[in-house]
Design a protein around this ligand. Structure first.
Ligand code: ATP
Ligand code: MG
Length: 774
């Protein structure tokens, strides 16, 4: 069994074989940090450490499952099963189910997702009579989240003049009251939000020494992956738990710290040596993931950051192909390019879809990619964005199930008390919220006691409310003797949800019905899976916990073969043979929101480093000249990161010789008319053959630096530049007659704002506009 150690190089063996005590591995991407963690656990177990005494914290639950599987291969399945392994959130949710009662939480507490939190905050703002344009619920939710992650409780907030002043300056003097209300309401609903899972764990370990001692003994060995991205709250939990035995092993890479906006704190790495005595420090330098080109290119980028720990990353892998850079006229074309390129690569190298990933900075970029992949019949899966479990119909069914487990759950109740419609109006609900606040009870308890309190609700409505409560209670009784699937199916039917969507009859309604069926199938799968586990029963509460804490990657069962689409943040720790990083443009990547300070820009650069280092064999970087953003077609400028890569590792594929490698589906007319529908749906438009747009001066400058030989523009730029002035009357082939309101820009960027007789005002790029002066 011990020969598995030989699957490591010497530098990796050292931390794996390190005896007890604190140790830290800081190393670049792909050097085997996660592998070290996995093998260290296997080694500990092989040495006789009880698997019950090991706690491993990972970035996704999927990563935890894969690690467990690898460990099971080495030391055997039954032992591996006992490991506590998963994300911070899922591990500490489990701990709070055991001991949260000490803080006054029921063991069946609900986990509010971000949507639930936001809805609750929105209703609190409304109830308090505050201006929702100043008190924006999403912003407030964000602030509360960051308070919690910094362990700033309501009390701490009110004792902190600086914070209060900052909120007052931002015209939000009632911030503290909202915070207070929010915390009270969650507590009363028997609910924790994501941040509570960490905050309450900290509270529990701080306030109850016997609980702390219990878990310190239990988790004699603690291991943390992606340590650079732990936030303050997580850091403190780890520190508390490891305090007794100090058997703490963390691995990370400061160059991949990409969550500072969520409070992740790189100083955790820097402070590790201060926090513990006799820290074993290890470095890994050999990258096993990527080609020389990719490793070297990534090194050349990260070297631009001033704030970083000295590190060497090299690889013995092949040189590989150069990193390919490609420019497209629009985001729709970019999608087409990527889809075509994936197709070509698949054909040429006999690859499967699962070997490709498309990574982007923001979720909204996925749409153009999806359209193009669909057109080419390339199966794909999107991770992130609105997850399956957040769709309306799914949340409706889940809300009923949540009420079964915890009838105090206010957000679930408000969601379904009148869905499907049963004649309980908003006014009634509002009255009950007021009463619930007044009596310090949950809405469900108010319903149960309607006869004792006078809410001025008529008897008909009263009965409807009581019927609702009776129905939920009947589900509760049923849940005691059935598995999750049987109950969920019963609930979907009995509540009338399925019928509601069926009656609807629209394609959308049918789609929703199918989604509910998919949910039921998912529950059945889950039940089957759980029944195999010794300590699980397949109950509805197990299922809900699984859903609440599923990171998006967890749904990837790996059973079908699809191209992966996700944000770079989500891609951390993963690897794919072929990686397309799209939207390499200023203001998009680096993001316009993150260029104000050096440290923000450096974080964006680390993000780029993470993106590039996901690639094993080949990386593509694509950008566009024009992109729809916020509903407008805007000029895009190549990302500064493109210039930052040492040019010996890149190859520019962008055609500037008048020919497209792939023939665009669209007429160049799209530059003239801002016709979203055409661009969005990528509809073929007949018309003149494609021509190549001349890059503007700024783009040329960049291009010259990138690839001097390609920087001289040639080819048949479609320059139609009629002699227009403000006030000119014009005729457009499609929009008809109009009058020029304004001319802006020069040369190729010259645009005219035209009021057409049909009523529209459009901004047209003259170079492409089909206009004549009349
Ligand atoms: P990241 O920083 O991206 O999280 P990492 O440092 O955690 O990367 P791993 O994911 O552990 O790196 O390893 C990268 C790849 O190299 C994996 O496919 C892993 O199996 C492989 N690998 C690591 N070490 C070795 C080795 N000694 N022999 C063979 N393959 C290895
Ligand atoms: Mg890793």
């Amino acid at each position: 069994m011990e020969n598995f150690i030989d699957e490591l190089n010497d530098a990796q063996k050292a931390p794996v074989l390190h005896k007890d005590g604190p140790l830290m591995v800081i190393a670049g991407a792909g050097s085997g940090k996660t592998r070290v963690l996995t093998y260290r656990i296997a080694h500990l177990m092989a040495q006789g450490v009880d698997s019950f005494n090991i706690l491993a914290l990972t970035f996704t639950n999927k990563a935890a499952r894969e690690m467990k599987k690898r460990i099971a291969d080495i030391v055997g399945n039954s032992e591996a099963k006992n490991l506590w392994m998963g994300t911070f959130h899922s591990v500490f949710a489990k701990l709070l189910r055991f001991d949260g009662d000490k803080l006054g939480y029921p063991s069946n507490f609900t986990i509010y997702d971000t949507q639930d939190s936001q809805r609750l905050i929105a209703s609190i703002i409304k109830e308090m009579g505050l201006d929702k344009d100043i008190y924006k619920y999403k912003q407030i939710q964000n602030r509360i989240s960051s308070y919690k992650n910094s362990l700033i409780t309501v009390k701490a907030y009110h004792q902190n003049p600086e914070l209060m002043e900052a909120d007052a300056m931002a015209k939000r003097p009632r911030m503290g009251d909202i915070y207070q209300n929010y915390v009270d309401r969650c507590f009363k609903a028997g609910a924790m939000d994501f941040d509570d899972l960490l905050l309450r764990t900290n509270e529990l370990l701080n306030r109850f020494p016997e609980v702390l001692a219990k878990y310190q003994h239990r988790f004699r060995y603690i291991l943390v992956d992606e340590y650079q991205d732990t936030n303050h709250s997580q850091y403190l939990i780890v520190k508390a738990l490891a305090d007794r035995y100090q058997n703490i092993c963390v691995v990370g890479d400061d160059a991949q710290s990409i969550y500072s906006f969520r409070g992740a704190n790189i100083s955790n790495i820097l402070n590790f040596q201060r926090d513990y005595d006799n820290v074993g420090m290890y470095r890994l330098e050999q990258n096993y993931r990527s080609t020389k080109n990719i490793v070297n290119a990534a090194n050349s980028i990260i070297a631009k950051n001033k704030n970083q720990l000295e590190k060497v990353v090299w690889t013995a892998n092949d040189e590989g192909a150069a990193i390919k850079i490609h420019r497209s006229p629009t985001d729709a074309e970019e999608g087409r390019y990527v889809a075509n390129s994936i197709w070509d690569n698949k054909m040429q190298h006999q690859l499967s879809n699962g070997e490709f990933a498309i990574l982007y900075r923001t979720n909204s970029q996925s749409r153009a990619m999806e359209d193009a992949l669909r057109k080419k019949d390339i199966p794909y899966r999107i991770y992130g964005g609105l997850s399956f479990y957040q769709r309306k119909e799914i949340k409706d069914v889940l809300s009923y199930l949540r009420l079964v487990i915890n009838p105090k759950d206010e957000e679930a109740l408000k969601r379904v008390i009148n869905f499907p419609a049963r004649g309980i109006g908003q006014t009634t609900v509002d009255k009950m919220v007021v009463a619930a606040n007044h009596y310090g009870r949950s809405i469900f308890e108010i319903i149960e006691n309607l006869d004792k309190i006078d809410l001025k609700i008529n008897s008909g409505t009263k009965r409807k409310l009581q019927d609702f409560a009776t129905m939920i209670k009947s589900f509760q009784i049923m849940s005691e003797s059935t598995d999750a699937f049987t109950l969920a199916e019963h609930v979907a039917k009995k509540t009338g949800i399925l019928l509601e969507f069926k009656k609807d009859g629209t394609p959308e309604g049918i789609g929703r019905m199918e989604n509910i069926e998919e949910l039921l199938n998912g529950i059945q799968d889950f039940v089957e899976g759980q029944k195999e586990l010794a300590d699980a029963t397949g109950s509805i509460s197990e299922f809900l916990e699984d859903v609440a804490l599923a990171t998006d990657l967890d749904k990837d069962t790996g059973d079908d073969d699809r191209v992966a689409l996700m944000t770079i943040h989500l891609a951390k720790g993963l690897e794919f043979p072929y990686v397309y990083i799209v939207g390499m443009e200023e203001d998009l990547f680096p993001s316009a929101m993150s260029m104000n300070t050096r440290s923000e820009l450096e974080e964006e650069r680390r993000l780029f480093y993470v993106a590039l280092t996901r690639a094993e064999k080949q990386a593509y970087l694509t950008y566009t000249q024009n992109r729809y953003r916020w509903g407008k077609l805007i000029d895009a400028e190549p990302s500064r990161f493109l210039e930052e890569i040492d040019e010996q590792y890149v190859e520019n594929l962008t055609p500037v010789d008048g020919g497209y490698r792939y023939k665009p589906l669209m007429d160049t007319d799209i530059f003239g008319e801002v016709d979203k529908s055409t661009l969005r749906q990528n509809k073929p438009v007949s018309g003149t053959p494609p021509s190549v747009r001349k890059p503007n001066e700024n783009q040329l400058k960049k291009l010259r630096k990138l690839k001097p030989e390609l920087a001289t523009p040639v080819g048949n730029t479609n320059t139609i530049d009629p002699n227009l002035a403000e006030g000119s009357l014009v005729n457009h082939t499609r929009f008809g007659r109009g009058k020029v309101l304004k001319i802006e820009g020069v040369g190729n960027d010259k645009k005219a704002e035209i009021q057409f007789e049909k009523g529209d005002v459009k901004k047209l790029l003259l170079r492409f506009a089909k206009l004549e002066v009349v």
